[in-house]
Design a protein around this ligand. Sequence first.
Ligand SMILES: [Zn+2]
Length: 158
Amino acid sequence: MIDLRALARDGRHVEGEIPVARLERLADSVSDPVGSVWFRFDGVRDDDGKLFADLMIRTELTLQCQRCLDALRLPCVIHNRLLLLRPGEEIPEDDLENDEVDALEVEPRTDVLALVEDELLLALPLVPRHEACEAPVKAGGDEEISPFAVLRNLRGKA
Ligand SMILES: [Zn+2]
């Protein structure tokens, strides 16, 4: 638990590493919860006194390719700037239309691991697929003539 606004006011940073298996929601969303997630929050206070956390995340996740059904290693690098608001504070108008900043209401004690997990869950592809791979060959597919069907035909004629 970290006070991100205090972190930003003081221009401090915090970083850490956590096993994928320890992030429950993420572990449920990957096919194999191996490896770890590295993250860093850099506290920033701009000239207007606004408080930000620049979030960096690096990891490699193991998903299942939805085409060939083999494992798919997906490198994930996330950079995101979070505008840190007090609970109930309104988003400043000039930040509403700024796509590069996500406004976030933070309690004095923020679960930064949950934040890291949220960002990774958002970054997961809906349908993970290798860039180039082949679907597994189906035995007795519809378009193919099954050798057994041919056999049956031969028998029928005999
Ligand atoms: Zn594949």
